[in-house]
Design a protein around this ligand. Structure first.
Ligand SMILES: Cc1cc2nc3c(=O)[nH]c(=O)nc-3n(C[C@H](O)[C@H](O)[C@H](O)COP(=O)(O)OP(=O)(O)OC[C@H]3O[C@@H](n4cnc5c(N)ncnc54)[C@H](O)[C@@H]3O)c2cc1C
Length: 390
């Protein structure tokens, strides 16, 4: 199927030549490196090293960060990177989101200059794989109240607790553990070589229906001793962690838009080529209704992302704007993927047509980086001045 990129409102006209060049470079990577190879990895729930190890050939690691080893992209370029990767595959996009966003973002935004110089270049080149451990079995949306502890003992911290859903953990060389210290203060604690560190137990989660080609870990930390110097220097409270989450949630809004655009493009190409009752199904009113609904949603998502990028570039972006975009786009992506699946009939169930991957990945996007409800509550609080979280 030959599918063309959807840009109904000519948003390409709003992009700079530099942004278009990077976007096209990532698009070519997806066409040549991701799409021809991803499906067996997804089917076998295997990590696609063959694909992922080539990511540093693109100038994208670290997104907008300007710290050592980082790409220093403008916000719209960073969004376009995530959009294009999501059009290829959600697991590759999530790997990038964890490594470049959650991990490099935590160190780039909250680490000291020494910590940045120590860890960021190796993360950018993928010589080290990073992992971001916030969620716990008992603390998901309520992540501000983690149960994991980091108690200072001389020149060390001793970590105890559990973490769940932690992306890249089974292959991680560096694990950021979010925990409360002996004074109840929130902090980020970097465990180097976690798989070789005494007291760290990491199991790969199995049975996932979404993001199957990225590995998530279930972690137990038992008296894990790390140097005190491995505490992220500028992380003092959950509000600091929330700065990292706003940085990555911004990219997830673009991710949802990219996923939806891929579904629309596939569905449109299929509808034009598939014939029933002696004519292309694209000529049926009921199919056109679905295609138009998808186009309206994708166009709205693209507009929202572009404006979000402009607001980030001008320094006006706040967490409620990011939350509104993530809330809107994650919901819409779910709907668009489902409509696209319908247009492909039985073929929509087969992973060879790619939409099946996007359909289930949309479920993970709906839940991670703040569930739909939590993002709704962030916007509700901004509108009313009243928090309705409890
Ligand atoms: C594929 C995948 C990858 C992930 N990667 C990572 C990672 O790398 N690192 C990491 O730390 N975490 C990761 N997560 C965890 C993710 O951030 C959590 O799943 C998410 O925060 C929700 O937590 P939970 O699943 O425990 O759901 P819960 O918080 O238990 O929520 C269950 C339901 O209750 C709703 N709810 C909760 N509180 C409220 C409220 N106050 N009002 C109304 N409704 C509410 C939720 O919206 C949801 O619908 C990942 C998750 C997935 C699925």
């Amino acid at each position: 199927m030959n599918s063309l990129p959807i840009d109904f409102f000519r948003l390409d006209n709003e992009l700079t030549a530099v942004q278009i060049q990077l976007r096209d470079q990532v698009r070519a990577f997806v066409q040549q490196v991701v799409l021809p190879h991803i499906n067996p990895y997804w089917e076998q729930a295997a990590f696609p090293w063959e694909i992922v190890r080539q990511l540093p050939t693109l100038p994208v690691m670290g997104g907008t960060l300007t710290a050592p080893g980082c790409a220093g992209l403008d916000p719209i370029s960073m969004g376009l990177v995530r959009y294009e990767l999501a059009k290829g595959d959600g697991s590759v996009g999530t790997f990038y989101g964890v490594q470049s966003g959650l991990v490099m973002g935590s160190i780039g935004l909250l680490g000291s200059a020494e910590q940045q110089a120590r860890w960021l270049p190796a993360l950018a080149s993928l010589d080290k794989i990073g992992s971001f451990g916030l969620t716990e079995p008992e603390r998901g949306s309520d992540a501000a109240h983690v149960l994991t502890t980091a108690v200072r003992q001389g020149n060390s911290y001793v970590l105890n607790g559990r973490k769940r859903w932690i992306g890249n953990a089974p292959i991680a060389d560096l694990l950021i553990v979010w925990a409360k210290d002996e004074n109840g203060r929130f902090g980020g604690f970097v465990v180097e070589d976690p798989r070789q560190t005494e007291g760290v137990h990491i199991e790969t989660m199995t049975g996932k229906i979404a993001k199957r080609a990225v590995l998530n870990g279930d972690i137990r930390l038992e008296n894990v001793r790390i140097p005190a110097a491995n505490r992220l220097e500028k992380a003092h409270s959950f509000r600091d962690t929330a700065k990292v989450l706003a940085f990555t949630r911004y990219a997830v809004a673009w991710e949802a838009a990219g996923l939806a655009a891929a579904c629309l493009e596939q569905a449109l190409a299929y509808a034009k080529s598939r014939e029933q009752f002696g004519q292309p199904i694209a000529g049926f009113q009921l199919i056109q209704e679905k295609l138009v609904e998808m186009t309206a949603e994708v166009t709205q998502m693209q507009l929202l992302c572009l404006r979000l990028g402009q607001l980030m570039a001008s320094g006006e972006l706040d967490e409620s704007m990011v939350a509104l975009a993530k809330y809107n786009n994650a919901r819409k992506a779910r709907r668009v993927a489902s409509l696209a699946r319908e247009v492909l009939g039985g073929n929509g169930i087969l992973i060879e047509n790619h939409i099946a991957r996007h359909l289930t990945d949309a479920e993970a996007i709906y839940t991670y980086e703040g569930t739909n409800e939590i993002n709704m509550l962030i916007v509700g609080r901004a509108l009313t001045g009243l928090g309705a979280f409890v």
